[in-house]
Design a protein around this ligand. Structure first.
Ligand SMILES: Nc1ccn([C@@H]2O[C@H](COP(=O)(O)OP(=O)(O)OP(=O)(O)O)[C@@H](O)[C@H]2O)c(=O)n1
Ligand SMILES: C[C@](O)(CO)[C@H](O)COP(=O)(O)O
Length: 244
């Protein structure tokens, strides 16, 4: 984006990164602080957003006992945007809410992105921002490609028709006032922010995601991430050379 276009842009974008989970399905040390390609996973994910020209600031929610340490390490990392670190909550939803509570006043659009999805491309971030500006809310998703079936007592049960089924990813983008209103109504927990916003009746645009943008959840995901990272860095490097 040119400097002139940036100045013309009326709205300011912040990214909230929930990073306060325990990583219990993966086990071992908390996954968001393990090293991937020479840096902590959290930092790799933050860099994708911090170096994006349309992102103005970042808020990261980490476990309460890590706030000071992570603040120091992000300071040392020299991220080029304004950032804040806050204590997260017991659930992902509570962590997003904690980050939302300290959002700078000038912010109009908010992206929420899992700390454990490092394979995110700049053009996907741009696409979510663009659709959020247009519709008010938007999220990456990919169509389900496997046959989906319920399992009862270790036996395969009924097939769930997969036509029209999509797997939700992040970033998920929202007008700030929609996301704040959604987090004020707290009756039932939700596994993502889209669901909270949909409960208020707001539309959410579907933006094509990618299989690369998987959430590192299990030991297999971690192994896959280690294998993929060198290829990913080379791809980003090649792309940025082409763009300059
Ligand atoms: N109380 C929580 C729980 C999760 N997260 C964050 O939400 C994202 C997606 O969560 P998930 O992959 O489920 O991470 P964990 O909760 O750490 O994993 P697990 O459920 O296996 O413990 C992660 O970046 C995680 O750190 C968070 O900020 N606060
Ligand atoms: C937000 C999310 O990544 C969209 O797929 C997902 O719902 C997070 O789920 P988790 O159980 O907190 O990992």
């Amino acid at each position: 984006m040119t400097e002139a276009a940036q100045q013309e842009r009326a709205d300011r974008v912040a990214v909230l990164v929930p990073a306060a989970g325990q990583g219990s399905r993966l086990g071992g040390p908390r996954k968001q602080f393990r090293r991937l390609g020479g840096r902590p996973l959290l930092e790799q994910t933050l860099r994708a957003f911090a170096f994006h020209p349309e992102v103005d600031s970042l808020v990261v929610a980490v476990p309460a006992d890590c706030v000071a340490r992570i603040s120091d390490s992000l300071q040392a990392a020299g991220l080029p945007k304004r950032w804040q670190v806050v204590a997260g909550g017991r659930t992902r939803q509570a962590s997003v809410q904690a980050a939302l509570a300290v959002l700078p006043p000038e912010i109009d659009l908010v992206l929420v992105h899992d700390a454990v999805r490092p394979f995110i491309l700049p053009e996907q971030i741009s696409a979510v921002i663009e659709a959020t500006r247009r519709v008010g809310a938007a999220a990456l998703a990919i169509p389900e490609t496997d046959t989906v079936r319920r399992v009862h007592d270790h036996l395969l049960g009924e097939t769930v028709p997969r036509r029209g089924l999509y797997r939700m990813q992040t970033p998920q983008g929202f007008r700030r006032d929609w996301l704040e209103a959604a987090h004020r109504q707290q009756e039932e927990a939700a596994t993502d922010d889209v669901e909270l916003v949909q409960r208020l009746g707001y539309p959410v645009a579907c933006v094509p995601g990618s299989s690369f943008n998987f959430k590192i959840t299990t030991a297999e995901d971690w192994e896959l991430a280690q294998v993929l990272w060198p290829h990913w860095e080379a791809r980003l490097c090649h792309q940025s050379k082409k763009d300059t």
